[in-house]
Design a protein around this ligand. Structure first.
Ligand SMILES: *Cc1c(COP(=O)(O)O)cnc(C)c1O
Length: 524
């Protein structure tokens, strides 16, 4: 078939030639794929095909992964001829089974226990179908209408749960990294604004002001804090890493020491970033004490609750967030502990006025003259933005917040039961008691001669166990380092998984480890 250029289309008056391959027929065929009133029946039939394929897949799934290698999947994906469309949804879904669905990593499986990915709740999946079809964009009122009101209502609900006060506000973001970045952007601009009013810094040019700013966060905080400092023009060195105690929580006394040191050097504490649920240990920094220290030094107090945010709806563990109400800003990832599909996160702030730091009036979009319109772009670093809030809305309207809290509480309970199993097992070492729903541990059995495996050998062995188990597809676990040593990690967010499921993973890790050790002994 000859390629059709726009010129060809214009050369033939519409409707004068309608045979296969004719310009008019091409337009007609393409138009059949557009979501609109005429194609509404086709839309629901085709989406149903996709949803049915996923449902069939999930109901037959017996393990989290197949162990497919990057090479295998690359060659299968590369073999698809993108120049030859299949023209048929069922055929494309069949092909998708080959290039994606069969070998995807399934987070709903009880033996997926690796990263902070959750099994997702069905109300949110219903919302995904609705929000992507209607396709509202949350930047302006005139592209969203009620969607803006729903997002605003959820923001005030979440701010209320956290106790951020009457002037609180917030905005949905793409994830915790973006929420943290925006929080630090607000903190930086707020600090610069304040410094410019200070006679001591009067007349200093912006670069020399930025050079003075310091961010305090624990050694265990998320890497997005350091990355944000770099993206904000402050550099990695602007981040002061505050030591943690044995429980992996930031030590208030160490923070006080670092704040005093930095002030003595004539530098400016821009922000204190606490973590409510560290990615490895689920540790929650002592929020009340850190808030007090931040306030004393005039620093912005940000709480990264990307992981621990779900505690706000927990029936039994809500108290762990004690002190979060004192934050200037809070990151919450609904796509972690609210069981929402990626992506769904929010940045909440104590003072709505601080969003002025990201407000820009563009004539074509949100002119200053139209400030009476609720344009969410005034608070966001994104412009066109998905209506992710609808997922949380339908989740709250169908299940309710309490049910979400129950799911998270189950995961927390599971982690403490599994911790007992690991602590009682002489072949395994637990790095620390669980604080939320993660467990950091390693396989380190006694040797036949009664001695324990050397640190270096244990490092190699645990790394190899993780790779071997991933390649088998029988289970997926994470890895991390603690004081330079390699450990394995379970992140448990599946309320459906029981101790026996995780016990199954532990046995798999043990037999894999034992056979790796036996192989090494033979080849030594
Ligand atoms: C996951 C996580 C983040 C990053 O969130 P994304 O949604 O992956 O961008 C930030 N902080 C903590 C503590 C996290 O666990």
């Amino acid at each position: 078939m000859a390629p059709v250029t726009p010129l060809d289309v214009h050369a033939v008056p519409p409707g004068t030639q309608t045979g296969p391959g004719s310009p008019a027929r091409l337009v007609q065929d393409a138009a059949a794929h557009v979501f609109n009133a005429r194609n509404a029946a086709g839309y629901s039939a085709q989406v149903l095909l996709g949803v049915t394929a996923v449902a069939a897949k999930v109901s037959r799934c017996t393990r989290p992964f197949t162990g497919a290698t990057p090479g295998e999947l690359k060659s299968r994906v590369d073999a698809v001829d993108l120049g030859t469309p299949l023209g048929d949804t069922a055929a494309a879904l069949e092909e998708l089974e080959d290039v994606y669905l069969r070998d995807a990593v399934y987070f709903h499986d009880a033996k997926y226990a690796a990263h902070l990915n959750c099994p997702v709740v069905i109300p949110a999946l219903v919302a995904e179908a609705v929000l992507s079809a209607v396709n509202s964009s949350l930047d302006t009122w005139d592209q969203s209408a009620g969607a803006t009101m729903i997002e605003r209502r959820l923001i005030s609900w979440a701010a209320g749960q956290l106790g951020l006060g009457d002037s609180a506000d917030g905005v949905f973001t793409s994830g915790g990294s973006q929420s943290n970045f925006q929080a630090l952007l607000l903190a930086r601009n707020q600090t610069v604004e304040w410094l410019k009013l200070d006679p001591e810094h009067d007349g200093l040019r912006l670069p020399s002001l930025l050079e003075k700013l310091r961010i305090f966060t624990s050694a265990d905080s998320h890497f997005s804090i350091r990355k944000s400092a770099s993206m904000l023009g402050l550099g990695y060195d602007a981040v002061v890493s505050v030591p943690c105690g044995k429980d992996h929580r930031m030590e208030p006394a160490a923070l006080a020491r670092e704040l005093a040191r930095v002030r003595n050097e004539g530098l400016v504490p821009m922000a204190v970033v606490a973590t409510a649920g560290t990615t490895d240990f689920g540790a929650i920094d002592p929020l009340d004490e850190l808030a007090a220290a931040a306030r004393e030094h005039g620093a912005w107090f940000h709480v990264d609750a990307a992981y621990g945010g779900g505690l706000m709806v927990s029936g039994r563990h809500r108290h762990l967030l004690e002190g979060v109400h004192r934050a200037d800003s809070v990151t919450v990832d609904f796509h972690k502990t609210f069981f929402q599909p990626v992506s769904s996160s929010a940045l909440l702030v104590r003072d709505a006025a601080t969003f002025r730091h990201v407000t820009y009036h563009a004539d074509y979009l949100n002119p200053a003259a139209a400030v009476d319109r609720p344009n969410q772009v005034d608070k966001s670093i994104q412009t066109t933005r998905r209506f992710d809030a609808l997922k949380l809305w339908l989740t709250l309207r169908i299940m309710g917040a309490e049910a979400i809290g129950v799911l998270f509480d189950e995961a927390i309970d599971l982690a403490s039961s599994v911790a007992e199993v690991l602590a009682a097992d002489p072949d395994f070492e637990l790095a620390a008691p669980p604080q939320l729903s993660t467990l950091v541990f390693r396989y380190r059995p006694l040797q036949p001669d009664g001695r324990s495996l050397s640190e270096d050998a244990a490092d190699r062995l645990n790394r190899d166990i993780r790779s071997a188990v991933f390649a088998s597809g029988e289970a997926v676990v994470a890895g991390t380092t603690v004081a330079g040593r390699h450990y394995l990690k379970f992140t448990l967010l599946n309320a459906e998984a029981g101790v026996e499921d995780i016990h199954g993973i532990i046995e798999l890790l043990r037999t894999t480890g034992a056979s790796l050790l036996a192989d090494a002994a033979v080849s030594a």
